[in-house]
Design a protein around this ligand. Structure first.
Ligand code: PEP
Ligand code: MN
Length: 352
């Protein structure tokens, strides 16, 4: 169940309702919205607990939540969550564009690509230092050295960095360097990892498992929310179907479905959905058309030399075109792309 407090409820009333819930043997999670606070209640429920809580001062109503996810649901928090990563905002109506190599390959190539991505107008940099590869013979990533390189790329461009965490042991190390932690498709239901990542005090990008339903995806988000991370961005990156014309099947239908039941932002990864440079743009346009809050795109200036996922990486010029065309679709829908960091940085350097 969840307890909806009155808009005028005082801090003391919220705390005393929380204590009462705990006294009844439940776990209480306060969720602070813009206009009111809700308290999500988990654990065993006694049959007359709703009536007892409903009578407490400051309580507007108590609603039994039938959905398996609670903190991720719009029933608990009707207004959209806006996730901030530095000066970048997911879920505020703008479309955030993240670009960068699939993997951090070397300092030189990463700084070069990061600069190009920033010049094209992206707001964030992506790049894996730890790569979860299907084949043990494939490039596994540079590890901590890769994180250091990402830190340098951020210093150089001003772009906040998102990078993947693949083990519980390295979660805090990755969090020392990254602005946003990524949980990949293969780990979406690695619940220990979700808990470790949630503990780091950083926003999290949670990619949908390649065979995960909407409910399963939101249950994984629930692990993050329940374990102290309020800043969760979901990512649709294509699912496994019977098709063979693309690496995965981009399920744009999950975007409006998520928006109906959850307050969390959702972005699209058109690179891993298509697996092919020639199809990244239409996948990206479809995502923006369906109402996603951003895109995460593989970009490489020498894709033939890429150590990971070269065939799906856009060249910088193609990435620039993608931004322009996605900006067009966004504006047709009354939205716009987020402000390029480079431009914002130049303006602030020029003015001060
Ligand atoms: C990635 O973004 O680098 C990645 C490995 O993606 P996914 O987990 O969606 O396969
Ligand atoms: Mn990849």
């Amino acid at each position: 169940m969840f307890v909806i407090m009155q808009n005028s409820a005082t801090r003391d009333q919220i705390e005393s309702v929380t204590r009462k819930i705990q006294k009844l043997g439940h776990i209480a999670h306060q969720v602070h919205g813009d206009s009111r606070t809700c308290i999500a209640v988990t654990g065993e429920r006694g049959s007359d607990d709703i009536a007892r809580i409903e009578l407490l001062p400051g309580v507007a109503r108590v609603v039994p939540v039938t959905l398996p996810y609670k903190l991720a649901s719009r029933e608990v928090k009707p207004e959209n969550t806006v996730v901030r990563v530095g000066s970048v905002s997911f879920g505020d109506g703008n479309v955030v564009i993240i670009g960068g190599p699939c993997a951090v390959e070397s300092e030189e190539s990463t700084l070069r690509i990061a600069t190009q991505v920033a010049d094209c107008g992206a707001q964030m940099l992506r790049g894996g230092a730890y790569k979860p590869r299907t084949s043990p013979y494939s490039f596994q990533g540079l590890g901590e050295r890769g994180l250091e390189i990402l830190g340098k790329a951020r210093d150089l461009t001003g772009l906040p960095v998102v990078t993947e965490v693949v083990t519980t042991e390295t979660a805090s190390l990755v969090a020392q360097y990254a602005d946003m932690l990524q949980v990949g498709t293969r780990n979406m239901q690695n619940f220990m990892l979700l808990k470790a990542v949630a503990n780091q005090g950083k926003p999290v990008l949670l990619k949908r498992g390649m065979g995960a339903t909407l409910d399963e995806t939101l249950m994984s988000a629930e692990y993050l929310l329940l374990n102290g991370c309020q800043d969760v961005v979901l990512c649709e990156r294509g699912i496994r179907t019977f098709n063979s014309h693309a690496r995965n099947t981009l399920d744009v239908s999950i975007i409006p479905a998520i928006k109906q039941v959850s307050h969390l932002p959702i972005i699209v990864d058109p690179s891993h959905s298509s697996g092919n440079r020639t199809m990244v743009l239409p996948h990206a346009l479809a995502g923006v058309g369906a109402g996603c809050d951003g895109l995460i795109v593989d970009v490489h200036d020498r894709p033939d030399e890429a150590l990971c996922d070269g065939p799906q990486a856009l060249l910088p010029d193609e990435f620039r075109t993608l931004l322009k065309l996605c900006g067009g679709v966004a504006s047709a829908l009354g939205r716009e792309l987020g402000q390029p960091i480079h431009e914002a940085r130049r303006l602030s350097i020029a003015s001060g």
